[in-house]
Design a protein around this ligand. Structure first.
Ligand SMILES: [Fe+2]
Ligand SMILES: [Fe+2]
Length: 273
């Protein structure tokens, strides 16, 4: 029995609550959804390698969490003459791919599906605790050092290298995720610093960060001898476990009908000595 991409996508969407906002980035980024779906691949990023490996598996629906064409909204008019864009879309066309982004729905899901995957990958389910807002993900871990915590993240999230600000030997146990630390030109810029300065927070895990807000605070605090640190695994690898979770969910949803495979797009950064 064949199933069209459009039907696959509508069945996936039926598993989520309606979004509370109108403009979503969760749109079809490439391909004709009236064609037959031969298999599904989930990945964090639509890299060239992910497209090639999906084609090798004869899967022609790729579901990604992050943008495909270098801006959040994936507008492509500005890329029409761009050689990378042309070759990437030629590769998608050659293999009859359909690409759909699942970002807002996974994050709007209760609980957030991306973080379900991250917590499972880190093995931290039993350590999660609820504390006052705005901390969404807070853990009381068995006491460890900043360096050991960073090594755990490096291993579990498959980082090519680890980065931390603070004293690697500092003893810590109370860790909060703070998402991305972006400049915002308003009071939001203070949020991560306020979070790290709480008495019940020893370390932050920041997916990615500029270096002159909370990172600067963490460096000052560490140089003053305080047990405060920020570990920065990177945006893509921090969220990628969510796409492992999605693959497992879709294998249950389409059991006996379509196979879903997770393919890691991996850490975009290469380390060098
Ligand atoms: Fe993201
Ligand atoms: Fe995300």
């Amino acid at each position: 029995m064949t199933v069209k991409h459009a039907e696959v996508l509508s069945r996936i969407l039926s598993t989520y609550p309606a979004l509370r906002f109108e403009h979503t980035c969760d749109t079809v980024k490439f391909g004709d959804t009236e064609g037959e779906c031969t298999g599904i691949v989930t990945s964090c990023a639509l890299t060239i390698d992910v497209i090639r490996r999906a084609a090798e598996r004869n899967a022609n629906l790729i579901i990604v969490h992050e943008p495909c064409f270098y801006t959040h909204d994936d507008t492509t008019d500005w890329l029409e003459e761009n050689r990378v864009f042309q070759q990437k879309t030629a590769l998608l066309r050659e293999h009859g791919m359909v690409v759909w982004r699942n970002h807002d729905h996974m994050h709007a899901s209760k609980p957030d599906e991306i973080f379900l995957g991250v917590i499972a990958q880190l093995g931290w389910k039993e350590y999660r605790k609820t504390v006052n807002a705005p901390v969404r993900l807070y853990f009381e871990l068995p006491e460890t050092s900043v360096g050991e915590l960073a090594a755990h993240l490096k291993e579990r999230l498959h980082l090519t290298s680890g980065r931390l600000v603070g004293n690697p030997d500092a003893r810590i146990s109370r860790v909060a995720f703070c998402g991305h630390i972006f400049p915002s030109w308003n009071e939001k810029e203070q949020e991560a610093t306020k979070l790290l300065s709480r008495d019940d927070v020893d370390a932050l895990i920041a997916f990615e960060s500029i270096e002159w807000t909370a990172l600067g605070y963490a460096r000052d605090a560490a140089q003053l001898g305080m047990n405060k640190a920020i570990i920065q695994p990177g945006h893509m690898v921090s969220e990628e476990p969510g796409m492992v979770y999605l693959a497992q969910k879709l294998n249950r949803l389409f059991e006996g009908q379509l196979e879903t495979t997770f393919i890691a797009s991996g850490d975009p950064w290469l380390s060098f000595a």
